[in-house]
Ligand binder design. Structure first.
Ligand code: CMX
Length: 423
């Protein structure tokens, strides 16, 4: 008698052989398949992301910053994503105040998060906290009481604003519990923007440069059209009329994968290993050798490649530009290493010949600046991405309900059915 494992060991090679014969587009992760409506942003393979037809430099010019700041803030970006319009400064300040007023966590969520082991990955904790917030869902309560389809979007918007308001408070609490337990967390300042409060609660409020960096970081990570794994997950789960909390919790677990948002944690680990191996003498040759060692050991070069982009990611360029204007960042050895890696990695990846995009994506640059400013716990980096990506995901949830989009239900095929189709 076979065990179930032995039975499976027999079946897997047969199916693997069958799979090899099948056409690529059906098996290539749906790359290039046009199958989703997503209003807020469009990703051009060459030009990169545009938010309602505005490039990142245009957004940097047009969107109101925080009082006393220069960079785009989350509220301005959210307004643009949701409405397609550039907000006035007064509109942005009003939105900041609304978010600050709604930012406190319910006590049961605080207790729940505080009860988690600090060894549990911060991303796992974030998803759990967001899912628990669904206890508060106005959409779910209204749905149970029997609302009309035309009213769905208003409750979705209310949940979305509450979620966005609480997400940084939750993320900061996780940071404090894991890395700085026992220290009091400052109260939300109602006159400050969302990210200003987030940085305060993380314990870095004195650092104005880090605050500005995180404002930019969170605004430009906010949306990357609909097909990326986190956005698509939120959209799929939301299409079942799960509320924004549950939809976004699911999205966070897609973001937590190393091929997606976790890459920013991986990049820093990899660059620090490179620094350790290379030692004092950082040359293009040394970096090249390290890149080849990574590739020959069968690993991907983290922070390089992309499912859609075929040029350096403009988000990477925007973060590099932030560094270029600050001498302390330019002098940092890890930031210099990231820059030098960018000078050689595309050619190495081209020679390696596998990836369709040998250029850096946003994750190649994002972590090293956090590291420089003392936010050195790189397991936490994807959480910051998670605070940001909610901007685009909730925008789509609101519009999907406003437009009455249906539950997603694509057709799948067995191998036999595919073979019949292509015969
Ligand atoms: N290093 C080495 N090999 C790479 C590579 C890289 N950075 N990027 C892609 N490849 C390989 C793929 O693994 C694939 O190999 P196989 O044919 O053996 O499976 C081949 O090149 C073709 O892949 P592709 O079509 O160019 O890329 P995909 O669309 O399949 O994947 C991505 C895109 C981002 C997952 C991939 O480039 C990757 O793994 N990059 C490193 C991880 C990373 O930086 N992820 C962050 C992306 C941005 C984000 O979502 O945050």
């Amino acid at each position: 008698t076979k065990t179930i494992r032995e039975a499976l060991e027999e079946v897997i090679p047969v199916k693997q052989a069958q799979l090899k014969k099948l056409v690529e587009h059906l098996l290539g992760g749906m790359r290039g398949l046009k199958a989703m409506l997503w209003e807020a942003s469009v990703l051009d393979p060459i030009e990169g992301i545009e938010f309602h037809n505005k490039t990142i430099p245009q957004c940097q010019q047009e969107l109101p910053p925080a009082a006393g700041g220069k960079e785009i803030i989350a509220e301005s970006m959210l307004w643009l994503l949701l409405t397609g319009k550039v907000p006035t400064e007064a509109e942005v300040r009003q939105l900041s105040r609304e978010l600050a007023e709604k930012g406190e966590l319910p006590e049961y969520v605080e207790k729940f998060i505080d009860s988690l082991p600090p060894t549990l990955h911060p991303m796992t904790q974030l998803g759990m906290g967001v899912a628990a917030l669904n206890h508060e869902s106005k959409f779910q309560a209204a749905y149970e009481s029997g609302i009309k389809k035309t009213e769905y979007w208003t409750y979705t918007l209310e949940d979305s604003i509450n979620l966005l308001a609480r997400l940084p408070t939750l993320a900061a609490r996780i940071y404090r519990n894991v890395y700085n337990p026992g220290q009091p967390i400052p109260a939300i300042n109602k006159d400050l923007d969302l990210v200003g409060n987030y940085v305060n609660q993380l314990g870095f409020g004195e650092n104005k440069d880090l605050t500005e960096y995180l404002r930019l970081y969170i605004a430009i990570h906010g949306d990357h059209e609909g097909g990326n794994a986190s956005a698509h997950t939120a959209h799929l789960v939301g299409s079942t009329l799960s509320d924004p909390y549950l939809s976004y919790a699911a999205a966070l677990y897609a973001l937590a994968g190393p091929l997606h948002g976790l890459a920013n944690q991986e990049v820093l680990r990899w660059q620090l290993n490179m620094q350790k191996e290379i030692g004092g003498e950082v040359t293009h040759e040394n970096i090249k050798e390290f890149l080849w060692r990574t590739l020959k050991s069968g690993q991907v070069v983290p922070g390089y490649g992309h499912g859609v982009l075929r040029n350096p990611d403009p988000r990477f360029m925007a973060l590099q530009q932030f560094c270029d204007t600050r001498p302390d960042l330019l002098a940092d050895p890890v930031i210099q290493l990231v820059k030098k890696t960018y000078e050689v990695a595309p050619d190495v990846l081209k020679e390696h010949g596998k990836t369709k995009n040998p250029y850096p994506n946003v994750d190649a640059a994002s972590g090293c600046v956090l590291y420089h400013y003392g936010l050195t716990q790189f397991k936490y980096y994807t959480v910051i991405f998670g605070v940001s990506r909610a901007l685009g995901c909730v925008t789509q949830l609101v519009w999907a309900r406003a437009l009455g989009l249906p539950i997603e239900r694509p057709k799948s095929l067995s191998m036999e059915a595919i073979e019949k189709l292509i015969k």
